[in-house]
Design a protein around this ligand. Structure first.
Ligand SMILES: NC(=O)CC[C@H](N)C(=O)O
Length: 234
């Protein structure tokens, strides 16, 4: 393989709701076709995350119990994760991972868990209610349509510098009110989609991989990678 990317799977042993680890399988599937070798490493509790060691990161969803543990540990990685994000590191965060990149998440029992505030959103609780079901959104900039499945009690409100991953066509999205779903900030993609998101929406896998390659190999000709056809899964 011509290219190589180091991937941090953040808390991969704890944050894996609905097989979000399948996003790593999907990244591998597209990376191979792009002539890219992925070196994936789980970075979990009490382990160091150094921004300079990674080219791509993935942070899956989790139940409230796992999020309680992760919300404490992730504070020790806050500075390096923020550095990674601010230096245009590509990162995909799903559901519980999305919530913990923001300022806070309020669990179903009312406990307020701190996030790392690297992105400017916050997540409040619903009263004895969850958003569960199929969801379709459309990204206004690319015109791409994304399909997924959402299951979350938290309701997220985007902040400064964040654009939605898409506008809700059907389903609930971030909060059921403002029609937004997920977030994009620099090269960070966030979503409530399980399924996992990349197996059903290969375009997002391509955006992440191409962004990581451009950042690591600024002088390379990546036109083949950028033109990789993505099969329609619907
Ligand atoms: N699926 C998830 O990652 C759930 C996240 C969080 N525990 C919530 O209910 O909102």
């Amino acid at each position: 393989m011509t290219y190589e990317l180091n991937v941090a799977h953040l808390y991969g042993d704890l944050m894996n709701t609905y097989g979000d680890v399948g996003n790593i399988l999907a990244l591998n599937y597209y990376a191979k076709q792009m002539d890219v070798k992925l070196n994936v490493k789980i970075v979990s509790l009490e382990e160091d995350f150094k921004a300079a060691d990674y080219d791509l990161a993935f942070f899956g969803g989790g139940q409230d119990f796992e999020q309680t543990i992760v919300s404490q540990d992730i504070q020790t990685k806050k500075a390096e994760l923020t550095e990674f994000i601010e230096s245009d590191g590509p990162l995909l965060a799903i559901c519980g991972g999305f919530q913990l990149l923001g300022h806070y998440y309020i669990g179903a029992d009312g406990e307020k868990l701190p996030g790392i505030g690297a992105l400017d959103h916050y997540t409040d609780k619903q009263d004895n209610h969850r958003f569960i079901g199929d969801i379709v959104i459309k990204n206004q900039e690319t015109g791409e349509t994304y399909h997924g499945f959402e299951n979350h009690q938290g309701i997220t409100f985007l902040g400064k510098g964040e654009r939605p991953l898409g506008n809700v066509v059907s389903g609930k999205g971030n909060n059921g009110e403002d029609g937004t779903e997920g977030a994009i900030y620099k090269n960070v993609y966030c979503s409530y989609f399980h399924g996992p998101i990349l197996t059903r929406n290969g375009d997002i896998a391509k955006h992440l991989l191409v962004a990581a390659l451009k950042r690591k190999y600024p002088d390379a000709d990546l036109s083949q990678q950028a033109a990789l056809p993505i099969p329609a899964t619907f």
